[in-house]
Structures are given as C-alpha cells and as structure tokens.
Design a protein around this ligand. Structure first.
Ligand code: ADP
Ligand code: MG
Length: 712
C-alpha cells in the first residue's frame, strides 16, 4: 500500500458505492415544486386576498409597492417560514464580488417582559442595514461611513434555504451605500429592465399596439466541472484559486469527443437528480442536464423566466450545485478554466423580449409581427455595433481570459450571427444582391410576410459570441462563474437606446408614410451597422484579420476589455438611462480591476508555495537518490544502466536548477506588475509540468489530470 495521499484517494474512490437515488413519482415532483418559495400558493394561504392582490400587482405589473402592506406581508412570510422549519431570516444580495451575500438574524427576540418571542416586522422585510465596509465599492464608500442598505426586491420571491440542521428565510434585496450609490449587481439590472420595457412600450405604440405587459426573458445555461473531494483537498491551487496552476495534460482527454452528450455515469446522475430536486423545491425550473465536451464537465439549463428572477435563479443554481456536490463527495468547479489544455466552462445567456406573452424575437408569420421583429432586430444590430465594447467588458474577468479566443469559446471580438436565411433577408433590405434561391428583395415591411425561418438554419454556428437562435439571442461569451446581471444590464441598456433612437423617427411619421419610412429606417441601419454581422467561423485566424479590416474592436485580456467602461459615450449612455451614474461606473471599473489584479497575485503566491514546499523537495530528493544509486553502481563496478542513470540524474539536476530559478523569478514578479506575474506563472508551470512527467508516480503529491478528470 502506497503512503502517497493521491494514490490512497484513488483507492478510496474505487471502493465507493453510488448513493441510491430517491425515486420521485410524478406527483411528488409537482407537489414539491416551489414548496420553499413564498409563491402565489403561499400568498393565498398566508395573506388576505386584498393584500395578496396588491403584492401580486407589484410583482406582475410593476405597480409600485404599497408600503402599507409590508407589515402583513412580513407577518405572513414569517408564519410560512416558521411552518417550514426556518429559524432565521436574511436579506440575500449580490455585491460586486459576483457572489451572493447573506447575514442571518434569528426570528428570536426578547419582549419587554423578558420573554422570548419570534418576530419579523415590516421594517425587517423592507430594509436591512448590513455593515458594508468590507464589500468592494471601488472608492464609493469610506470605512467611517460603513453603513450599507439592503432593500427588498418584491419582484423576486422570498425563499427558504436549507442546511443539514435548519433553514433560513432568504429575502432577495438590492444593496446600496449610505449615500445611495449602488454597491450591487441587481440594482442596475432592475433599472436596465425598466429602461428597456419603457422603450418597448414606446415602440409598440408606434405600431399602434395596445399597451401590454413587457417581460425580458432569460434562460441561462450553466457549465461546471465535478471532481472528487478526495482529490480536491490535495490540490492547494484548486482550493485557493479555483483552477489548477500545474498539471501535465493526460494522454487522453477530450480528443475523441466521447464525453459530450455521452451516457451519464450513475454517480453523476445521482448528483444531478439531487440538484434538480433542490432546485425544483426552490422554484427553479431546471430542465436540461448533460455531459459537456471536456471529461468531468457537465451542464444544467433551466426553462427561461423573467430576467430578474432568472438571474437570481442562476445564482441559486451555482450555490445549489456547490452544496449538493459536497454532499455527494464532489467539488463543483465553476472556474472558467480549471484545467489547462481542455475546454473551460461558460454560460450561455439566452435573451428575448416578450410583449403580452408573445415573443417579439419570434419573427412570426404576419406582416405586423414581422415588422416589429425586423425593427427590434435592427435595433439589436445597431446596439451591438455601437457598443460591442460594452458587451465585451461584461465578460471580462481573470478566468475568462483563458477561454475567450482560445478556440473553445467565442473570440474577444464581438459579432452577431444571424444564420443564412435571416442574413439574406437583412441583406435584401440593405439593398445587397440576393442569391437566386430567395426573393426577399421585394419584401415590403408591414405589407409582405417574411418567409418562415427554418429553426435549424439558425443555430449551426457555435463559434459566434452573439447568435440569433430562431426566437432569441444567445450571448455565449460569459464566464461560468460570472453573474448574468452584468451582461443583461448592458444588453438591455444598449437595446433600449437603439429602440428609442428608432422611435424618435417613427413618431414623426404619419400613418400614410409609416411603412415606407420604417423600411427606409431599417435599411439605413442595416447598411450602416452590418459590419457586426458575421456568419463564418469565429475561431479562424482569417476572422481576426477580417474583423480588423471592418474596424471591430478586438479587446484581448481583462485589462483591455474593461477600459471601455471609462469611455465617455458609454458613461453617458448609462447615465441617460439611469442605470449607473458616472461615479458608479467608475467604481465598478475600479472594483473589477482590483479583483483581476488580486486574483493574479493570489495565483502567483499559491504557485510559489506549491513549487517551493511540495515540488522542489521532491525533485531534490529524487536527484539525491539517483546520485546515490549511481555512486553505489560505480563502487560496485556495475556498468549496465549507468549511462541511463547518469542521464536521469542530470535531467533531475537540471530541473532542480530550473525550478529553483523559476521560484526566484516568480517571487520577484510578485513584487511587480501583473504581466510579470503571468509570465512567471507560465514559466514555472512549464517546468513543474515537465517534472510531473519524470517523478515516480507514487511520489507525486498533486492529484493528476488523468485522475481528477476520469476517476469518479
Ligand atoms: P441549446 O442552446 O443548448 O441548443 P436551447 O436552444 O433549446 O438549447 O435552449 C437554451 C436555453 O434557451 C434554455 O434555457 C431555454 O429555456 C432558453 N430559451 C428558450 N426560449 C427562450 C426565450 N424566449 N427567452 C429566453 N430564453 C429562452
Ligand atoms: Mg445554448
């Protein structure tokens, strides 16, 4: 039996049995769906009908919250939560760290007579006052005015989070500073939703449509890795940075494409089933599960929902994945690139706009629907072209730098994929020659109907960062660990601006000139902004050249990608739509930059520790061992094998020198700028990975790629 922890871990995993999956009957799925959510059903049971109605109006119709109902809603929520085993409540918010935050308070209180009571007031529900001083603010708040406020977001229902020994009532909230500046991701998202809804109503009015409820919809596909916990705890790099800083690629990884959509292994399936059960209880409509491209990589996707709720739900999905993984002896890695040399993880952001329940991004089959569709399409194309830098900025983070442009994820150049059929329609509007097969050149907006788009014609291209997929736009450049709030805040704002710009013109047209006017307008937009449309292979080197020729920005790396936040035009846009003030944009830039530098510095520090404390000693020991063997061979006058031993010894001697030197360089780089750290990290990794291939297997301390990715 080896005394190597790594090998011991493999033995333990091999002995493990797959936990039995509970068998859900159809009925219990339906009964338990949303049972931990303060939903319509809970409202009906715990609130008086008029109060429930007022609350529903706020949730469904964007009616302002009637403050007088806060007390009764709080009371109802408390009764409901207590009945479901909760002992505590918390405001659940999304600071700029990108994670969620919570500070629990017990319902327990002591009354005037010194007796224990359980209390939860309207004020407790509506507002919280957590100490904000330790959350990133990018200079918005000094420690002496540490107060921050959380405020109830009634449009996202309260829910109950369970742990092994109790439960907590969670109230989704926004988070701002004492002086009112936003410190979170939810507030600007909500503001951008309002802005876009407003623009859509304005546009539909131009089309003489009755005012209807607008909903921006999101379906967020989430990729992740699972590795056995027993490996994880022997990888200080995974524990501290979320990714492996060392690891030589295994002979077999994803070359055979045999993992993607493959049969799901029983242990994984047991985990997935448990995740779904938890998500369904929380009212998260998890729908799809499958193996992804890389070994040990998987995906979960929900049915799309109202954007604000879907963003909250995606945050919950990430939390639940991590918690349930732990229960199943796994660790769920959400990092964008946990393993070098194989695919990393992203998040696909499926976005659409519904008007009175009808999806406006569905071209439809009558001239009116077609006209609205083409107008919004033009607005999106214009928005993406004018603000592609903002779309790019929303995907910027240290982890995503390893994916974007690395032939596994869309490049750092933002472009739009329309699919051949829609592309031809757009071209025909713009007055380009059209292929013989279709005759859309005669299409007149508001009069003719578009040919039906065949669904599979629209989604063949998986290399595009922003693809039209039949009835929605799929933004594919987000990192797996990122909140969807950022990208959607940008999307909503830039599209709102484009729609408003179009409305400015439409509103001046008389009914008689409307169709022709609109046609001219759309044509002008297509002509001016068609450089953003690209239907080819986004991974190809030719596209980089072509994009440069078209003048499209190629913002490689987080530093370059964040810069556009500071562009005055972009700041003015956020300000105009009251999504973020200039100060708030500046603070975000600071926070994201600081986070980036912080992460790289931590990676440098961790790599140095591992190299010095775990790898160098092994190389030295192995070198010494070879020196001694060689010496005794010489003493015994043994000749066979001596030249091989000598070469091995020399190799280890060289590696010892190299690694020692790499450590010195990395240590020095840690006192310098991030470029130096990144370079030193690259160099030390090369050395360590080469050493991994030389050191006797039972002496290597770090679980290997072939183990983490295949042994489970
Ligand atoms: P894939 O992208 O893997 O081919 P699908 O296109 O079927 O998968 O769906 C991906 C996601 O898009 C799902 O989460 C789905 O709910 C979501 N989606 C479908 N319709 C809409 C819509 N109108 N608005 C937002 N998301 C949508
Ligand atoms: Mg997709």
């Amino acid at each position: 039996m080896s005394n190597c922890n790594r090998i011991h871990a493999i033995d333990e995993i091999a002995k493990q049995n797959v936990p039995e999956s509970a068998n859900d009957s159809e009925e219990s799925i339906l009964n338990r769906y949303g049972e931990d959510v303060f939903n319509t059903e809970a409202m009906r049971r715990y609130l008086s009908p008029p109060t429930a109605e007022k609350l529903r109006a706020t949730i469904d119709q964007d009616a302002p919250l009637d403050a007088s109902i806060a007390e009764s809603v709080a009371h109802a929520m408390k009764e409901w939560a207590l009945a479901r085993g909760a002992t505590h409540f918390t405001h659940w918010f999304q600071p700029l760290t990108g994670a969620t935050a919570e500070k629990h308070d017990a319902f327990l209180n002591i009354n005037d007579r010194g007796e224990p009571i359980l209390a939860f007031s309207g004020k407790n529900l509506i507002m919280g006052e957590p100490d904000a001083s330790s959350f990133p603010s990018g200079g918005l708040r000094c420690t002496f005015e540490a107060r921050g406020y959380t405020a109830w977001d009634p449009t996202s229902p309260a829910f109950i989070k369970r742990h092994s020994n109790g439960a907590t009532l969670c109230i989704p909230t926004v988070f701002c500073s004492y002086t009112g500046e936003v410190l979170d991701k939810k507030t600007p998202l909500l503001r951008s939703i309002q802005a876009l809804k407003h623009s859509i109503v304005r546009l539909m009015k131009c089309f003489k449509q009755p005012e209807e409820h607008v909903s921006i919809t999101l379906g967020a596909e989430q990729e992740y890795f699972l590795i056995d916990k027993k490996f994880y705890f022997h990888r200080p790099d995974l524990i501290q940075t979320g990714r492996t800083l060392f690891g030589s690629p295994p002979a077999k990884h994803q070359q055979l494409d045999d993992h993607y959509f493959g049969a799901i292994k029983p242990r994984i399936l047991a985990f997935m089933a448990d995740v779904e059960r938890e998500l369904w209880k929380l009212g998260v409509p998890a729908k799809t599960r499958h193996n992804e491209v890389a070994p040990a990589q998987f995906e979960v996707a929900p049915i799309f929902e109202d954007l604000n709720l879907a963003v909250d739900h995606n945050m919950l999905v990430m939390e639940v994945l991590k918690q349930v993984a732990s229960r199943h002896g796994f660790i769920c890695l959400m990092h964008e690139k946990p393993f070098a040399g194989i695919n990393g993880s992203g998040k696909h952001n499926n976005w659409a706009i519904s008007y009175g329940g009808r999806n406006l991004l569905d071209p439809g089959n009558n001239p009116l629907h077609n006209a609205a569709f083409m107008t919004i399409l033009a607005a999106i194309i214009r928005a993406a072209d004018l603000h592609s830098d903002l779309l790019r900025a929303s995907t910027a983070c240290a982890g995503n730098d390893f994916r974007l442009g690395a032939n596994e994820a869309p490049p750092a150049i933002i472009s739009i994929f329309l699919g051949d059929q829609l592309d031809e329609i757009v071209k025909s509007f713009a007055g380009d020659p059209v292929s013989k097969s279709s005759k859309p050149s005669s299409l007149r907006i508001g009069v003719d109907s578009l040919p039906p788009l065949s669904q599979d014609a629209t989604d063949r291209n998986r290399t595009s960062p922003f693809a039209f997929t039949g009835n929605k736009f799929e933004f594919r450049a987000c990192g797996s660990s990122q909140s969807c709030a950022g990208i959607n805040m940008v999307l909503n704002t830039i599209v709102a601006e484009s729609i408003d710009r179009i409305c400015d013109d439409l509103e001046t047209f008389s009914s008689g000139e409307f169709n022709d006017g609109l046609q001219t307008l759309i044509k002008a937009i297509f002509n001016k902004h068609n450089r953003i449309i690209f239907n080819g292979d986004n991974y190809s080197p030719e596209w980089k050249k072509e994009a440069e020729r078209r003048g499209l920005p190629n913002l490689s790396g987080t530093m370059a990608a964040l810069k556009p936040l500071l562009r005055q035009e972009n700041k003015d846009l956020f300000k105009k739509y009251k999504v973020l003030s200039e100060t708030e944009v500046n603070s975000r830039y600071e926070v994201f930059l600081e986070e980036y530098h912080g992460k790289i510095r931590i990676e440098g520090g961790v790599a140095l520790e591992i190299a010095r404390n775990m790898i160098l000693p092994i190389v030295a020991e192995e070198y010494g061992r070879l020196v001694r063997i060689l010496e005794s061979c010489r003493n015994e006058k043994v000749e066979k094998g001596c030249s091989a031993l000598k070469k091995m010894m020399e190799t280890f001697g060289q590696k010892l020198d190299d690694l020692y030197q790499d450590c010195e360089v990395l240590e020095k780089a840690l006192g310098g700028v991030h470029e130096e750290i990144l370079q030193a990290l690259g160099s030390i990794r090369k050395t360590v990975d080469a050493i991994e291939e030389l050191v006797p297997d039972n002496k290597w301390p770090l679980p290997k790629y072939r183990e983490m990715l295949f042994v489970y």
